[in-house]
Every structure is written in C-alpha cells, then in structure tokens.
Design a protein around this ligand. Sequence first.
Ligand code: SF4
Length: 476
Amino acid sequence: MTQTGHHRNINAGNKNNIMQNTSKDHAKLAQQFNKDEERVDWHDETLWWIRQKRDKAAHGIAEWEALRETASQIKNNVLANLSGYLIQFEENLKANSVIVHWAADAQEHNEIVYSILQKHGVNRMMKSKSMLTEECHLNEFLEEKKIEVIDTDLGERIVQLAEEPPSHIVLPCIHKQKEEIGQLFHEMLGTPAGNSDPQFLTSVAREHMRDTFLTRKVALTGVNFAVAETGEIVVCTNEGNADMGVHLADVHIACMGIEKIIPLRKHLGYFLRLLTRSATGQPITTYSSHFKKPRKGKEMHVVLVDNGRSVHLGKADFRNSLKCIRCAACFNTCPVYIRSGGHSYHTAVAGPIGSILAPNLDLKKYADLPFASTLCGSCSNVCPVKIDIHDQLYKWRQVLVKEGYAPAAKKIGMQGMSFTLSSPSVYHIAGKAGRWFMRNTPFILNNDLNPWYKQREMPEPPKQSFTDWYKKNRKK
Ligand code: SF4
C-alpha cells in the first residue's frame, strides 16, 4: 500500500519537469489544457460553482466589507513593521520551548528540514498541505536524499500518486475527475477497477494513510497564521490531517513564509472568518488548530523562510501582494485560470496572485505570467485582504516591457499599434488597407498563423469606415 522507491524517484523527476518547464509559456500550456474540451468545461463550471458559494457566504455577512477592510489594514501594519513582529514572534516561540530556524532561501529551508530529519535518524516523514514546501520543492529535494515523504492531505496525496504538482492551492487535484482518481487508486493502491465512488475512495485513502500516521516520527505542517503576541501558529485543514500527524509524531516541523505573521491573537477572528468563506464558501474550516509548544519529551521546530519576500517587500508597487492569505478566491473567479488550468502557470502558486509573486523570484522565467490575465479586475473584487491584483499585473507588464522581457511578437505588435494609433492619417490608410485585404484576399488573415482565426470566424469587413460614414452624414 505504500509507494515504492522507484515510483518516488519518477515522481520527483516528473514534477520537476512540469514545474521547471521553461521551454513552454502559459499560452502554450493553456492550449494543451484546452485540447480536452470536456475537461475545460467541467473545470470552468466546478470553479464557478465554488465562486458562487463564496459569494453566497460573503453576502450572508452584513459586515463583510468592514471585515475585508480591517484584515487589509492589519496586514498593512504587519508589512510596515515586519521585522519588529518577527523578532517578537521569535522571542515568544523560544519562550514556548520551540526551536527557531531562519532560512534565506528555498535551498536553506530544505537543508534545515533535512538536518532535523538527520538528527533524528529518520528517513520517512509525513506532511500536511504546505504551499511553501511546494514553492521550495522540498519533496523533490528530500526524495533525492532517499527520504520518503507522504502528503497526508487527500488532494495532495492524489497528485503525489499521479506524479503531478498541485494545480490549485486549496483544491490540489481539481483538474482531475473522479473516474481518473478511481483508476489511479486502482493502479497505485489496488482498488477494484472501475470503482470511482468518492465515499469508497475516501475510505481507501483513510486506510492507506493510517499506517503513515501511526509509523512516522516526524510531521511537517504549513502555517496559515503566526501570532506574534503569543508565539503560536494556526493551521487550517478540513481533514484534520495536520492535527493527526502532529499529535502522533515526536517531532513537529512547521514551515512558514515570513509574511504569515499577524500581530495579536484577537486578529485571528477576522482572518478565520474571511479565509474559508473566500476559499470554499464554508463558514469556517473544519479544523483551525493552534500549536504553541511541544508536548513533554517531544520537539517543535518553526522554520521562517524569506525566499524573495524581503525583496518583494521593498518593491512599493508589489509589496501588498504579501498580504495574501492563500484563499484562492482570485483563482476561482479568474476567467483565464478556470479555462487554462493550474499547471499552465508552471509555478507552485498559480492563478492571479501567483502571476504577481513568481516574477519576483525570476523575472525572465515567469515573464509570461502577468500577461495571463484579462485585467477584468474580478480577482481584486473578491480578494479578502483587498490586494489590487489586476493593477499589479498591469504594473508587472510595464516592468517586463522596460526590462526587455516582453515577447518579441507582442512588442513589435504594440509598437506597430502605437505608430498607427498616434496618427489619424496612418490610422485611416491602415483601416482602408485592412478592409481591402479582408475583402479581396481573405486567405492572408484566415489562416492558422492568425491566433484569433484559430478560435473564431473573422468578421465581415464593413463597406465603409466610421470616419467615412460620419463625414457623409454630418454634411446632411
Ligand atoms: S490574492 Fe487575495 S484572493 Fe488571491 S489567494 Fe491571496 S488572499 Fe485569496
């Protein structure tokens, strides 16, 4: 019932290929996803259904906008005083007998986790969902060191068995249909072929995990909120897997980005009310677990990770994206995300917020992502901490053009448009020429080199331009 070493190695390699695929950009990967029309429709409808649940939950609270504003201001305060809150948090962690580690980047984070495992002579670890460890590629790093990592969140475990990265930060396997999961369980866990009943598959997964929970000495969790005032961390799950893992293990390692801080315990109320309503439309997560100190004879570690965050903090136009509480509401409402799938973003955190965070880590590698948006603003409208997401995407585009990372075709196209639209006479001549070509040589436009034509019929050219019509009619 457990993974083989062989399988784990393939797993690491395949995941790396998907996540570090630099030869394909978002548009090309989205095109691949779009080949399966049925999947796109279903993905689109499912995420829209979740968006509607979010709307219902938000509208059910009269003070929703006040909650958003308060949470946004609390996070603004955190970002303005981050170093002070981090020092306070560290002092309180130490006072609670928690061992504190600081990691400047992903490599250091991975080395720290590995050193803790080595210290305890452990080569098997369980992990509850943590997007930070996805960002740092911890699983792949540990698997190379022959450490077995089992993800205990059901969705995460499914994508782990399928040798894929998560495609969504809250719903990691949302791109998979239940029949595919049934087939996967059949191949990997030996369930009867053709059985994709969700209740049955969940019971099998529970059985499969039980051995993991009972035998692993180290449990790693993510962190949703870190309270500076008390030195406690809060982890939100719907499955209780973080609690189960930590309570049965001797060592708890909690890994968090440095922006997860909130100043006071009483602030939790605002964030917990916003988080799950925004994520899935639930009033609250099934488990909001507080971890403050190790039990007698046990160990608790907190790893505080920068990995580009302090650089991001220094960028005035982009710093407030560090307020993100990873609810994924911006994913579920984004017309591009829901029709292109999470893997098309080729980064751990996909969607609109991922398209802001990733270019900070590597501008060249993620230069395509700020363009994966219609800039419709729906993401900013639903964000529970009021991040101006679409404005920041637009600002990244300007940076990319200035730095010379915009795609050459787009750059040439934009320069052409700028030249044409800046001069009425050039615009007039171009319009005339365009209409003539559309009428007399349609094959020049109606071919596969024209991306617009691939999906749509080209319009009939009008007999005259608006300017001509206006000139004629104004004289009357
Ligand atoms: S940017 Fe806002 S909406 Fe998107 S995941 Fe973060 S908190 Fe949620």
